[in-house]
Design a protein around this ligand. Structure first.
Ligand code: SF4
Length: 80
């Protein structure tokens, strides 16, 4: 499973940080930061989701009010 985070879209509501600890608050920027992620496009970050964090990652995506977080299965299909 992979997670994709659009930092440009993020409005810093920080619901995601309560769901998965890979998301951290950056109070100075007013944005979340996704740990251990690669910037694949300007402001867009991706990383693998460990098997034991899939539930948390999906919840982080679900709670984001501006859909800045997407989750993809191993076939590349978006699942959240
Ligand atoms: S829930 Fe969405 S808007 Fe809020 S900090 Fe996380 S990514 Fe940003």
């Amino acid at each position: 499973m992979r997670i994709r985070y659009n930092r440009e879209t993020c409005i810093g509501m920080f619901q995601c940080v309560n769901e998965w600890d890979a998301f951290e608050k950056n109070m100075n920027a007013g944005k979340a930061e996704l740990a251990e992620a690669d910037e694949v496009e300007d402001g867009v970050f991706e990383r693998e989701v460990p098997d034991d964090a899939e539930f948390e990652a999906k919840f982080a995506a679900r709670v984001c009010p501006v859909d800045a977080i997407e989750v993809y299965d191993d076939d590349g299909e978006q699942i959240v």
